[in-house]
Design a protein around this ligand. Structure first.
Ligand SMILES: [Zn+2]
Length: 256
């Protein structure tokens, strides 16, 4: 398919699949007519949409200390979606991504969890503090069935996983990590049902580097299914044990 044909195809897919506000429709017509050169952030977002098909949404920029939302000590720092209609649309097609990033050209790219994506029945993430995350990465590197993409930044490592279809099972999976949060360790499952706040993971974005951004700890492989939650979660007990032995024994020594 030619580039022109691909654009037309993408725009048609988007029109039939996603109800959109009027402003976005106008943008799509422009994308059909004469594509403008895109900035590096929009190019990166389009590339994610093409290669991964994950739902994307623009986030507030961060500067290494403050979140662009203006909130002091923002609890969603680095993964704070911008308010707006596109947050609901959570675009996964290149045509819609182009429209959205024309309106906020410098917004870092977040992926939206809790939805079906190519290679996973429900996109989720296990999020760990950096030290525990590094220990988990070492353990996972020895298990090919559990190897999948992970991003590193803002003091945490997020492992992208397939949470599976069943809502209750996914909620149970999230609850299984509660003991660590209660012990003060920010180890969490994001994207599990019930989805009030679906959870967002920042993806590496040009211009957002160092303290301002995230990098791939493990790059995604095109067309490869995400590892199951169980396969990845399996190593975290050992990862916590090797990183924080006294915390591990205090949690594991408690009566069930
Ligand atoms: Zn914020």
């Amino acid at each position: 398919m030619t580039a022109e044909g691909q654009r037309g195809h993408n725009a048609r897919t988007w029109r039939t699949a996603v109800p959109v506000p009027a402003a976005s429709t106008a943008g799509a017509r422009m994308a059909d007519a004469a594509p403008e050169p895109l900035g590096p952030v929009a190019e990166a977002a389009m590339d994610y949409a093409r290669r991964l098909g994950w739902p994307l949404t623009p986030g507030f920029p961060v500067d290494g200390r403050h979140c662009g939302c203006g909130e002091d000590r923002c609890s969603h720092y680095g993964a704070h979606p911008m308010p707006g209609a596109w947050r609901i649309a959570a675009c996964a097609t290149p045509a819609l991504v182009r429209v959205v990033w024309r309106m906020c050209a410098d917004a870092p790219v977040l992926t939206v969890l809790g939805r079906p994506v190519p290679g996973a029945a429900r996109l989720g993430a296990i999020q760990a503090p950096t030290l525990v995350g590094v220990a988990a990465l070492e353990l996972l590197a020895k298990r090919s069935a559990a190897s999948g993409p992970a991003v590193d930044g803002h003091g945490r490592i997020s492992f992208l996983v397939d949470l599976g279809l069943e809502g209750e099972a996914a909620a149970g999976k999230a609850a299984a990590f509660d003991c660590w949060r209660e012990a003060g360790l920010e180890l969490a499952v994001l994207g599990a049902l019930p989805v009030q706040e679906p959870g967002y993971v920042p993806l590496p974005t040009p211009g957002f580097t160092g303290l301002r951004g995230v990098v791939w700890a493990v790059e995604p492989v095109d067309g490869r299914a995400l590892p199951s939650f169980e396969a990845v979660a399996d190593v975290f007990d050992r990862a916590v044990r090797s990183t924080y032995p006294s915390l591990w024994s205090s949690v594991r020594a408690r009566p069930a």
